[in-house]
Each structure stands twice: as structure tokens, then as C-alpha cells.
Design a binder for this molecule. Structure first.
Ligand code: ZN
Length: 315
């Protein structure tokens, strides 16, 4: 089936202390903080965006960190694990780097692609695998990461749902994902250019019910080139009887949200206008940016938010 979706846009999770969050993504994973803003739906909570130099869709991990966030409970339904893509030959060095920075790493070989698994400081689950990406041959190498090994983007997500067949039917039939039969008996689907970005469905009816909190993913966003493509996705989703939100202006992209059968939240986001719409690429992330509707609250917001330390600046 044809699809308007060209790949993954971003993954958004809840987190606790904003500086621990910032430290991990910039210093440990070597991403760039490309936008410091607030949760547009809860403007006294940060929304931090980490990605490559320009915040290219597909490289973005975004977080709502709150110092007093309660801990999340992993369960079902849940976007359980986010897989990052690194260049061929880099996995061993990532395991070594993470361990040297105090991150517990486990190694996993499912017979298809070996990967290493770990968590961020607040319990968000990740894995890294090696996969050459012709569209993004090199990643952003901050935090002392070797440029040849830098993470080039998000490879996909593992989603735990009560009924994998039901969720797969929606992904294939409505959103136009392709089932990937190369991975044995797994429920793997791909979407986007080239080999595509990956969704693995894991069925687990008996797990505890997920409680959103620090360390859990709030939603995964898929990318579309423009508003017309997004409207077409919205039309198909509505036709399938699934309610979606109206288009939300997220300043750096425009989004719709809906809950896929099985229970997790998907967003469909436009590629543009991009993160340089309100500050130059050279200084992305350095200043707190607010959307026009929250600008009148700036003074109160700035008083309430703990400052993000400029870690590399001299003390
Ligand atoms: Zn989002």
C-alpha cells in the first residue's frame, strides 16, 4: 500500500531532572540540544529537543523533563524501547564508551543484528545497532564522540501491545507500513525510504498497565513531507474510525495525534518549517524559546524552570 509517511520524525519521552537529562543526551550520546522550549500544553515544563546539528527529522529525541516527575511504570501498552542507528563497526566502541561513563550495558544478539541495550538516567530504554544509512551517512558528534561512530538517527521502536495482530493491521492497512518477513517470526513492520524505519510489535497481555512517568515514552512521531500528506493520513485514520486531533502548530512542525489500536500514541508531523524558524542554526538550543501564545508568561516561566547549565562553558 502506498503511504504518505516517509520515516520516523521523533520519539518523545518523560524525564525527571532537566540537567541530568541534558547531560545524558549531549555528553553521553553526543547529540546536540537543538531547541530549549516548553511543553506547549503545559508551559511550566521544559520540552528539550536533541538531535543532529539542525535537528533533522529522524534524529530527534525529545523530552519533557520535570524535577519532581514521578517514576513511570513499564508495562503494556507501551513504546518500550527506542533503537538508535550507528555506523557499521561502531557497536563495540559504543559499549565501551557507555560503560566508561557509568551506564550499565547488556549485549543482545537476536540472530539478525547484534545490539547493545541500556537505559537513560530516568529509565528510558534504548538499544543501539549498526546500520549504514545512505541518507544520513554521518551523525552529530558532540560530547567527545568519535565522528566515525556518531549515532546517525533513530532506527525504530519496539511497541508492546495486548494484541499484535490488531495493531499490525492498522499499521499496514491504514498507515501503509510494510510487514518485514526477513526477521523470522517477529512482528516487524517498516515504513519510509530505503530499508525503512522499524516497528517491532511485542505481544504481552499480562504485563502491568503502563503508567506514564519519567522513563516512559509518551509517543512516537512519524514524518510527512507537507500539510497535504498529513491531511491524507488524517483522512485515512478517520476513515478507519480512529479519532485524531486537529492539526496542532508545534512551531517547528505541525502535528496530529491519535491512539493506534492497542493503545499507544502516534503523532504525524510535517518536516517543516524546522528548528531554525526562530533562531539561527549556529545557536540552536541556547535560548529559551516560547511560542507566541506563551510569550506573555515568559517571566513566570523563567522563574519556575531550573536553568539548563551551559556544561561546556567555563565555570
Ligand atoms: Zn511529538
Amino acid at each position: 500500500m502506498d503511504t504518505m509517511i516517509t520515516g520516523l520524525h521523533h520519539v518523545t519521552a518523560l524525564a525527571a531532572d532537566p540537567n541530568e537529562n541534558h547531560d545524558f543526551y549531549t555528553r553521553v550520546l553526543g547529540h546536540r540540544l537543538v531547541k530549549t522550549t516548553v511543553n506547549f500544553d503545559d508551559p511550566f515544563t521544559y520540552h528539550l529537543y536533541f538531535g543532529d546539528e539542525r535537528g533533522t527529522p529522524g534524529t530527534l529525541l525529545t523530552h519533557f523533563p520535570h524535577p519532581r516527575a514521578r517514576e513511570g511504570v513499564h508495562g503494556s501498552p507501551e513504546i518500550l524501547e527506542t533503537t538508535l542507528r550507528a555506523p557499521e563497526g561502531s557497536l563495540a566502541s559504543w559499549a565501551e564508551r557507555l560503560r566508561s561513563l557509568g551506564v550499565a550495558v547488556s549485549e543482545r544478539d537476536d540472530g539478525v543484528r547484534p545490539r547493545i541495550a541500556f537505559e537513560d538516567p530516568h529509565g528510558m530504554r534504548f538499544s543501539i545497532l549498526e546500520r549504514a544509512d545512505p541518507e544520513r551517512p554521518a551523525g552529530y558528534a558532540g560530547g567527545g564522540v568519535d565522528g566515525a561512530h556518531a549515532i546517525t538517527g533513530v532506527d525504530g521502536v519496539v511497541i508492546r501491545v495486548p494484541d499484535a495482530a490488531e495493531t499490525a493491521r492498522f499499521l499496514e492497512g491504514v498507515l501503509g507500513f510494510d510487514a518485514d518477513r526477513t526477521e523470522g517470526g517477529r512482528d516487524v513492520l517498516r515504513v519510509g525510504a530505503g530499508a525503512g524505519e522499524r516497528v517491532e510489535l511485542v505481544e504481552a497481555a499480562e504485563d502491568p498497565r503502563t503508567q506514564m512517568g519519567a522513563g516512559t515514552v509518551h509517543h512516537v512521531a512519524w514524518r510527512v513531507p507537507d500539510d497535504a500528506a498529513q491531511a491524507e493520513v488524517a483522512r485515512r485514520v478517520a476513515e478507519a474510525g480512529v479519532p485524531a486531533t486537529p492539526v496542532q502548530d508545534r512551531q517547528y512542525f505541525r502535528s496530529i495525534y491519535f491512539r493506534v489500536p492497542g493503545g499507544v500514541i502516534f503523532e504525524v508531523a510535517t518536516d517543516g518549517p524546522g528548528f531554525d524558524v526562530d533562531e539561527p542554526v549556529e545557536t540552536l538550543g541556547e535560548a529559551l524559546k516560547l511560542p507566541p501564545q506563551h510569550e506573555p508568561l515568559r517571566e513566570r516561566i523563567e522563574r519556575r524552570l531550573v536553568p539548563i547549565r551551559a556544561l561546556d562553558a567555563p565555570a
